[in-house]
Structures are given as structure tokens and as C-alpha cells.
Design a protein around this ligand. Structure first.
Ligand code: FES
Length: 109
């Protein structure tokens, strides 16, 4: 089973099993990693913001315009930021490392 490493804001790493085809948001929530995902993956929030480790960033599928627009609203945006509900697990992402930002803003409330 492929794995993903989530790094929490306190620096603690959590390596979890990552079933193929699942979104990073689903994988995080199934493993009690605190990513809100307020819109449940419908690209209507930025509460699933993660920061992809730099050497992994180019391995991801290119960002779509809708994701980019929502990301612009994310707190603490970096050039390696993505919305994790839009990243689907695949074989070539085995070992992916993503960090959780210090804060997220839920504009849906
Ligand atoms: S969960 Fe809302 S955009 Fe990802």
C-alpha cells in the first residue's frame, strides 16, 4: 500500500496508508489528521490547503483554474500550496510529503 506523510503544524510527522484513487483529504480524515475540508471537495473553500514538499510539487497533476482561484483565498499561501481534495493518490505519489498550514480560513461560514 502506498504511503503519504502529513506534517502537522507542530512538526510531528504522520505516515499513513494511502489507497490508490482516494483524495488526500479523504486519506487525511480517515487517519484523524485535522484537515477541515468544509466543502467536502467541491472547490468551494480553501480549508483543505496543504503545502507540498518542494521536491514533490512537480509530480502532481497541474493545477486547474478553479483550484487556483480558491487557493488565492488560502491563509499562508506558498508557491507549493495545493488544495488536498484535488490530489488523488496514485502509484507515483507513494511517499508524498505534505505539511498542514498553521491556520485555515473558512469563508463558507
Ligand atoms: S474541501 Fe473545500 S476545496 Fe477542498
Amino acid at each position: 500500500m502506498p504511503k503519504i506523510i502529513f506534517i502537522k503544524p507542530n512538526g510531528i510527522e504522520h505516515e499513513v496508508e494511502a489507497p490508490l484513487g482516494k483524495s488526500l483529504l479523504d486519506i487525511a480524515q480517515a487517519n484523524n489528521i485535522e484537515i477541515e475540508g468544509a466543502c467536502e471537495g467541491s472547490l468551494a473553500c480553501s480549508t483543505c490547503h496543504v503545502i507540498v514538499k518542494d521536491n514533490w510539487f512537480d509530480c502532481l497533476k497541474p493545477i486547474k483554474e478553479e483550484e487556483s482561484d480558491m487557493l488565492d483565498l488560502a491563509y499562508g499561501l506558498t508557491r507549493y500550496s495545493r488544495l488536498c481534495c484535488q490530489i488523488l493518490m496514485s502509484e507515483d505519489l507513494d511517499g508524498l510529503v505534505v505539511s498542514l498550514p498553521l491556520e485555515t480560513h473558512n469563508l463558507m461560514i
